[in-house]
Design a protein around this ligand. Structure first.
Ligand code: CS2
Ligand code: MN
Length: 352
């Protein structure tokens, strides 16, 4: 297992590499060129600039999260082949810098969705929260709500520029039902697999978050059956998973540890996050400690350990604690605590 930490880049993250270096066990930085639009080629000079920063602190850059997929690829739009060619060029460029895993998602229009980014928890911290009754079926209404509630912070996919074009975005997906989306995902993966083999980069899809349809848009990677279908659909060792325990785990019916045991050889990247379920379908993110949530963190870590997992692992979202001002879910302190919890359990398993 290689421990990693997501970092949004110099000037774009409240956390410094110098701080991250003080967390025990972290060897890799999970990074991205966040200013790039989906479909654009990531140029070598831009990648080199990130490498120069990471080198100063001895961090590796083997995992990228995310190279985002253009809507034309997800909808079989008229420029999909062009954007697929660009994606392949990005993979080739990344491979020259030793990148081994590219995380991406195939969610239509939005990335993850929450109704509250700073929900107060009983201990005085705040965390990302999903309140079912606050989800509005009308996306325009939801966008207005999000802009108001998130107070200047944006969830990925919910950037104000994107929300301004919501009608056009939804129009693109008008004829894309679940089966069409599966077909478009297959087309994309089959087109890029040869480049993945040549460049030694594993593609690792992130599950949909939350793992159910939302605003009438189909969502694919939602449960074990979907994971199975996905891996069989393009049965290639370079077609892999980012197994996010918090995304899949927000549906109480999903047993994440079981998915790890079953598909460990195809998990390239593990996201460890805990979630607490409420009877009415709401959920809250929590600390990484097993008893604070319901996804079965201990069993999940044990499952990775039992199968000799040698991929990359990172704490996923954390709470906001000790007054830290940071990107929602991506503060320093609680994620560092998460790392210590994961490493503590891992070390115990190593020694038992
Ligand atoms: C998220 C996502 O759950 C997570 O890790 O923060 O934004 C994730 O990075 C993307 O969905 C991956 O493409
Ligand atoms: Mn995740």
């Amino acid at each position: 297992m290689k421990m990693s930490f997501r970092w949004y880049g110099e000037g774009n993250d409240s956390i410094s590499l110098a701080d991250i270096r003080q967390i025990p066990g972290v060897t890799e930085i999970v990074w991205a060129l966040h200013e790039k639009q989906p479909g654009e080629v990531w140029e070598k000079a831009e990648i080199q600039a990130v490498k120069d920063q990471l080198d100063k602190y001895g961090f590796g850059m083997e995992v990228v999260e995310s190279v985002n997929v253009h809507d034309d690829i997800k909808t079989a739009g008229k420029n999909r082949d062009l954007y697929i060619e660009n994606y392949k060029q990005t993979l080739r460029n990344l491979s020259e810098f030793g990148v081994k895993v590219v995380c991406y998602n195939f969610m239509p229009v939005f990335d993850w969705t929450r109704t509250d980014l700073f929900h107060p928890l009983p201990d005085g911290s705040t965390a990302l929260y999903y309140e079912k009754s606050k989800i509005k079926q009308d996306p325009e209404e939801m966008a207005a709500y999000i802009l108001k509630e998130t107070k200047g912070y944006t969830m990925p996919g919910w950037e104000p520029e994107r929300l301004a074009n919501l009608k056009e975005l939804f129009a693109l997906y008008k004829n894309v039902d679940k089966e069409a989306l599966w077909a478009n995902l297959k087309y994309f993966l089959e087109a890029i697999m040869p480049t993945c083999h040549e460049s030694g980069i594993k593609m690792a899809i992130h599950p949909d978050d939350p793992p159910w349809d939302i605003f009438g848009l189909p969502r694919l990677i939602t449960d074990e059956a979907a994971v199975e279908r996905f891996l069989k659909m393009v049965d290639d060792p370079y077609n892999c998973l980012t197994l996010c325990s918090g995304s899949l785990g927000s549906n109480p019916a999903n047993n994440v540890a079981e998915i790890v045991r079953k598909h460990c050889d195809r998990i390239a990247f593990a996201h460890i996050r805990n979630v607490k379920h409420f009877d009415n379908g709401d959920f809250s993110e929590t600390s990484h400690r097993d008893c604070d949530g319901d996804v079965g963190i201990l069993d999940i870590i044990k499952a990775y350990h039992d199968c000799g997992f040698d991929g990359y692992i990172r704490p996923d979202h954390g709470r906001h604690i000790w007054g830290e001002k940071c990107r929602p879910g991506y503060g320093l302190y609680d994620r560092a605590l998460g790392i210590m919890y994961i490493l503590g359990v891992w070390d115990c398993l190593d020694n038992s």
